[in-house]
Design a protein around this ligand. Structure first.
Ligand code: SF4
Ligand code: SF4
Length: 441
């Protein structure tokens, strides 16, 4: 079919052009305008159905329509639209991998942005409950947990059935353990303000991330060991705040702006001195690469950081292209089941980890690209836990079939989800841990 401009084309042959998030416009949080747009897009999605297997948002929409009295969207109570919104955790896969109607297509569907708009409306009208505010504050909990005794109490509280029941956290969900020996404490030797290392060269400034700092500090230590082995100086910024992603998912966009103001000027200062930025969590990199630029398209510092931030393996691939990646591997890894997280897929940095691990002699990497349905908070909520485990099942089953020597994911939370699904006593190993192991360092 030729697109005349009058009829609706099936797909777009034009380059995708994502629209900035117009979140400061009063219309963004206008209830009537929001519901008009939800109705328009839900109607398109109900007819299209390409995304049915991605998450539980689309099956929820289809079920609502099919069970309505009219079997059309007009039979669905507006109040029930929130059930769809609640099941979206902004993984972005629908936008990045499936949708033929993204801008500049005349249908102009950007499902994740619309879900974010709905979440922002909801947050501005009703705020958020205690549990959701708690889950969106990993940095606060992390800082508290570094106080002697408090950390033990926080971890014990996470294991208390009573507390989980009160907070509506699923009894079987895996909650992150908070550590007192954080990455920034372990590697305080890297905290640097004059932008120089002993060698005087610029290198990478490690944005440790809340999870990497407070929950799994080994991640950052592995990263430092690998980069230092490759003669790349690593530094830690003097201060670091949460990237803002948990607040974004809550719809608290003002808090995202505060996080941006706390992080971006300091990171841009490093970029000015020739440093790049790496972070061990794809989600936090995505925040700097995508969501902040969409929210603050005219901020030159946001643009500067966006151009200089990398996932660790993305950076290592660039070094390899320049002939500066050491390949003095000492230990083969055998078969590695590698899960490619959604937040890497949507950055188009997809195969970098697999490409680097495949350089190790005696290593075969099996890539699994399905979503594990974790999202940091979706998987621990009582109302979503079962669905999240269902979403993870194809990944878990694939790992079970392959019987690998190691299984791995760049997203440590997705990795824990796979480990939880396998429930066989095996342990997930992050790709950075595997690479370090292969180097024998
Ligand atoms: S962004 Fe992810 S979770 Fe949200 S609707 Fe799209 S695929 Fe589902
Ligand atoms: S987001 Fe796009 S591809 Fe997915 S169901 Fe809606 S219209 Fe179809």
């Amino acid at each position: 079919m030729v697109c005349s401009g009058k009829s609706v084309c099936e797909g777009s042959i034009k380059t995708p052009a994502r629209r900035p998030l117009d979140w400061k416009n009063p219309g963004f949080r206008d209830e009537g305008m929001l519901f008009h747009e939800l109705e328009r897009v839900f109607d398109i999605c109900y007819g299209c159905r390409r995304c049915l297997n991605l998450c539980n948002a689309f099956p929820t929409l289809v079920e609502l329509v099919d069970e309505s009295t009219t079997m059309e969207l007009n039979g669905v109570a507006k109040q029930d639209y929130w059930k769809v919104v609640d099941n979206c955790y902004l993984c972005e896969l629908c936008y990045a991998t499936k949708c033929p109607y993204i801008p500049p297509h005349e249908r102009n569907v950007d499902f994740p942005q619309l879900m974010l708009r709905a979440k922002a409306f909801n947050y501005s009208k009703r705020g958020a409950g205690f549990r959701d505010r708690l889950l969106a504050s990993p940095d606060r909990i992390g800082r508290l947990a570094t106080i002697p005794m408090v950390g033990r109490m926080i971890n014990a509280a996470g294991n208390s059935h009573t507390l989980r029941s009160v907070l509506h956290l699923h009894p079987d969900a895996v909650l992150p353990v908070y550590r007192r020996d954080t990455l920034r404490k372990r590697r305080r030797d890297l905290v640097s303000s004059p932008f120089v290392t002993k060698s005087g060269d610029a290198g990478v400034v490690l944005f440790s991330t809340c999870y990497g700092n407070f929950n799994e500090p080994d991640l950052g230590e592995d990263l430092c060991a690998i980069f230092e082995h490759n003669a790349t100086p690593v530094a830690l910024a003097e201060k670091e705040h949460c990237c803002g992603m948990p607040k974004l998912e809550l719809g608290d966009l003002d808090a995202v702006e505060k996080a941006k103001e706390a992080n971006i000027p300091a990171l841009a200062g490093w970029v000015d001195k020739g440093w790049s930025i790496v972070a061990p969590l794809p989600t936090c990199v995505l925040m700097f690469k995508q969501w902040l630029p969409l929210m603050f398209p005219d901020d030159p510092l946001v643009r500067k950081v966006r151009a200089a931030v990398f996932d660790p393996f993305e950076y290592l691939v660039l070094r390899k292209r320049e002939g500066r990646l050491k390949t003095d591997f000492k230990h083969p890894l055998g078969v590695v089941s590698y899960h490619l997280p959604c937040h890497l897929r949507v950055q188009n940095a997809g195969m970098d980890t697999s490409d680097i691990l495949s350089l190790i002699p005696g290593t075969h990497v099996e890539v699994i690209a399905n979503c594990t349905g974790h999202d940091g908070s979706y998987a621990v909520k009582s109302e979503h836990y079962n669905k999240s485990m269902e979403l993870a099942r194809p990944v878990v089953d694939r790992v079970r079939q392959v019987i690998p020597d190691h299984y791995s994911s760049d997203c440590p939370m997705a990795g824990r989800q796979i480990e939880h699904g396998l429930a066989n006593g095996s342990r997930v190993e992050h790709p950075l841990a595997l690479l370090r192991k292969a180097y024998g360092i």
